[in-house]
Design a protein around this ligand. Structure first.
Ligand SMILES: *[C@@H]1O[C@H](CO)[C@@H](O)[C@H](O)[C@H]1NC(C)=O
Ligand SMILES: *[C@@H]1O[C@H](CO)[C@@H](O)[C@H](O)[C@H]1NC(C)=O
Ligand SMILES: *[C@@H]1O[C@H](CO)[C@@H](O)[C@H](O)[C@H]1NC(C)=O
Length: 132
């Protein structure tokens, strides 16, 4: 396995370079967001956006580092975005394959600031859910 630094640097760069137009992100610019902003569903036409796959990959990478369970992203099924401080909370339902190519569904919440170098992305939660 490559070193943590070797993994994190390209990922960080990729996330930094991902200039995206998440509609809810502009709410953070428009004013101070409420303590708990609404979760806005990601539309079916946007769910395949590279940003969401990058966020899902980031969560899988942290899960692999912490639990030594390696999962390959198959697809992001659905998700919602919530303005959270200077960034967003991303709640994603994803499908991922383990080392035996057994596909399972996972639910994760990740916080981050797209396009910013000033904040580290964080995995808030990650869990297996029913289905494949
Ligand atoms: C997600 O990670 C897989 C490898 O696990 C890679 O093939 C894919 O390109 C990555 N997707 C994005 C959007 O970074
Ligand atoms: C972001 O999501 C986490 C997990 O649901 C939650 O604990 C946190 O309060 C959320 N942040 C905001 C600003 O709502
Ligand atoms: C893959 O299958 C083997 C043989 O059934 C099993 O021992 C192993 O725990 C499985 N690995 C995963 C990641 O499920």
């Amino acid at each position: 396995m490559r070193s943590l630094a070797a993994l994190l640097v390209p990922l960080f760069l990729v996330l930094t370079l991902a200039v995206v137009s998440v509609p809810v992100a502009s709410a953070a610019v428009a004013g101070v967001p409420p303590t708990s902003a609404p979760w806005v569903p990601i539309s079916n036409s946007n769910i395949k956006d590279k940003l969401y796959r990058q966020v899902a990959n980031f969560s899988l990478m942290i899960h692999a580092l912490v639990f030594r369970e390696y999962l390959d992203l198959v697809e992001v099924v659905s998700g919602s975005v919530q303005v959270a401080g200077v960034g967003n909370n991303y709640s994603l339902l994803l499908r991922a394959a383990d080392r035996n190519a057994t596909v399972g569904r996972y639910q994760t919440v990740v916080w981050g600031v797209p396009g910013s170098r000033d904040w580290n992305w964080m995995v808030i939660s990650f869990r297996r859910v029913a289905g494949n």
